[in-house]
Design a protein around this ligand. Structure first.
Ligand code: C5P
Length: 277
């Protein structure tokens, strides 16, 4: 028996850093959505636990025991076997939660294979702050360090283009170099957006508080934001701690044109398109 689970890219449309806990983790307030592009986890029955990694982005990863996928498996059932295959399409260390999405998809797939109860957000949190939101894969408002998840008003239809300049960003370094850690959160009640323009205008008043520190670490991020802006995106921003940036477009052919323009002009960048939301 084999089971497959999709691990979609996570996009932080907003990311406000609102404080810091005594253990060093930062408190966030973030509007998170998911893209149609992602990794795939396939699990099959086996006596031993194994992980094989393939796919276009497999290069930066190794199947070491501390790989989040194997940690997720051991968390569910220590000592139990499964043959796991990860098809990596998302660049690693890129702010779109690749490792967290893989861990969440592994929890889903293995709990089915092993006929366990559905994985919980508490289990997911022990693997990483972004893993609980990746378990749900639906738009969410994420607070705390990632464990407080709430619904968001219906989002307008839109297209998303993701661009990564193929530089890795260290999340701990970005957090550590933040100077302002007590920034205002989003409003208590998110507005009910009438349409895409009203959503875009609201986004214009929001922030990614990690952007400045990520750009200081990897200045090419500023070039990515400018390149996305030049394609006519309605809104551009950086996801997570970078370096992946996103452009929002109306749901028509403009995002297709933007994607091919970016891919042609910047052959060394990773460019993907696809809403899931
Ligand atoms: O939880 P995760 O392993 O994904 O986080 C990676 C690192 O990012 C943490 O070790 C911490 O330095 C930083 N981080 C943080 N506050 C968060 C999430 C991550 O400081 N809410």
């Amino acid at each position: 028996m084999a089971i497959e689970a999709f691990a979609p890219a996570k996009i932080n449309l907003t990311l406000h850093v609102t404080g810091q806990r005594d253990d060093g983790y930062h408190l966030l307030d973030s509007l998170v959505v998911f893209a149609g592009v992602g990794d795939t986890i396939r699990v099959a029955s086996s006596d031993a636990l194994s992980l094989e990694i393939g796919g276009p982005e497999a290069g930066g990863l190794s199947a070491e025991p501390d790989n989040l996928v194997l940690r997720a498996a051991r968390l569910l059932a220590p000592g139990r076997g499964a043959a796991i295959t990860l098809t990596k399409r998302l660049p690693v260390a890129s702010g779109i939660g690749g490792g967290s999405a893989d861990a969440a998809a592994t929890l889903h797939a293995l709990s089915q294979l092993w006929e366990l109860s559905a994985p919980t957000a508490e289990q997911a949190l022990t693997l990483g702050a972004d893993v609980p939101v990746c378990l749900s894969t639906s738009p969410a408002r994420m607070r705390g360090i990632g464990e407080r998840l709430g619904p968001v008003p219906t989002l307008p239809k839109m297209d998303i283009v993701l661009v990564n300049p193929r530089v890795a960003v260290s999340t701990p370094v970005v957090f550590r170099s933040l100077t302002a850690k007590n920034n205002p959160p989003m409003e208590a009640d998110l507005p009910r957006w009438r349409d895409l323009p009203s959503f875009i205008s609201w986004l214009g008043g929001q922030r990614n508080d990690l952007a400045e520190s990520a750009i200081a670490q990897q200045p090419v991020i500023a070039d990515v934001l400018n390149a996305l802006r030049d394609t006519g995106a309605l809104f551009v921003g950086m996801s997570g701690s970078g370096a992946t940036c996103f452009g929002l477009f109306p749901r028509d052919e403009t995002s297709v044109r933007a994607m091919s323009a970016l891919a042609t002009e910047h052959r060394d960048w990773w460019v993907a398109r696809g809403p899931r939301l």
